[in-house]
Design a protein around this ligand. Sequence first.
Ligand code: SF4
Length: 198
Amino acid sequence: MSCRSCGLWEHATQTVFGEGNADIEVILVGEQPGDKEDLAGHPFVGPAGKVLDRALLSAGINREKVYVTNLVKHFKSVQRGKWRIHKKPNAEEIAACRPWLDAEISLIQPRVVVCLGASAAKVLIGRDYRVTQQRGEMLRSEVAEFITATVHPSSILRAPDGDSRRLAMQEFIEDLKSIARHLPASALIAKSPDRVSE
Ligand code: SF4
């Protein structure tokens, strides 16, 4: 909580740690806490987190058996009027925060690491990785037994209209379903609803 290894702490409300139980098989890694997460002090509790919750449920993955975290633990933003707008952390900030992510992964030792979005994929899989072309591919990795990537749930919220939002959600769920096939039964829910509401 007192980390000052980069400048992001200065304008953030608080540190937003990863969350989940220790006996977890899968870690989802996003980019950074958003506005709501910064205020609440918990990861993935804002609109993107709600999308993630619904997609996990539809894919049959037990949300209680998922650890969620981010590349950096402080919110980076620019002020536009009364709004704080998300700003991408730079390479130095991500590198400064990497020891915290490494510590989370090494403590939990998950079977699968899932990168949510290009930022996490480029850091944890490789700079040449393209989420748009390679999403859902399960790769062997030094980070965990398996590593893969899909889109960040916030990208679904940015879809221009209802139809594209529904399609993006369905594709996200399909990625999570293929991830679920690499998880033990203890990480899954017995039955998942087929219908996904926007
Ligand atoms: S973003 Fe990470 S490295 Fe930077 S101050 Fe926060 S916890 Fe420390």
